[in-house]
Design a protein around this ligand. Structure first.
Ligand SMILES: [Zn+2]
Ligand SMILES: [Zn+2]
Length: 189
């Protein structure tokens, strides 16, 4: 039984990573599916850099996805395992929200954190048609949309708060191998 519980939770989390890829790639970036609720918010996230949709909008979107999943899941998986599978999806979704936000607001303290940031900011600033996974590149490998980032040119007006020294406007030395700022420098007073 313990094995079944763990498998249901893990399958739920893996399902979320797949949903994360599909929602981002097709609702966020495929013109055939626009306009749509997620796409509008996501384009703003790209064009304004540090814009994140309001919590209530995320909650509406999550409720719609859950409403579609709950019926078939409980029918197929039964009450307990079906509920745990849904719990796995919800927990992984909440972890994704936390993770994505932190990619934008903090430099990342681990190798994996730095890797996923480069993966994500390559998508943001170099090619929005690739690297759709935010918490991992797994589904980019599966769908052949993975690109290994070289140096990422970040528009100055969209830069992440952790990228450059606010006093000089220069990229911090530890990030210079991976990122460069482009666009006009702010005028010195
Ligand atoms: Zn982002
Ligand atoms: Zn995107």
């Amino acid at each position: 039984m313990i094995g079944g519980i763990a498998i249901a939770l893990i399958l739920g989390a893996v399902t979320w990573t797949f949903l994360e890829y599909c929602i981002h790639r097709w609702l966020g970036h495929d013109r055939r599916f626009r306009p749509n609720f997620f796409g509008e918010e996501h384009i703003r996230h790209h064009s304004e850099g540090n814009y994140f949709a309001a919590a209530w909008k995320k909650a509406v979107m999550a409720a719609i996805v859950l409403a579609l999943l709950v019926g078939p899941t409980l029918l197929l998986g039964g009450g307990l395992l079906g509920s745990l599978y849904i719990a796995g999806i919800v927990l992984a979704y909440l972890a994704y929200e936390w993770f994505h936000h932190h990619e934008h607001v903090s430099p990342g303290g681990t190798r994996y954190g730095r890797f996923t940031r480069r993966h994500h900011f390559y998508h943001h600033f170099v090619d929005p048609k690739v690297n759709h996974g935010v918490t991992s590149p797994i589904w980019d490998f599966v769908f052949r949309t993975y690109r290994r980032p070289d140096q990422i040119g970040v528009p100055r007006r969209l830069q992440m708060v952790w990228l450059a020294d606010p006093a000089t406007g220069e990229v911090w030395p530890q990030h210079q191998g991976g990122y460069a700022l482009r666009g006009p420098a702010p005028r010195q007073p």
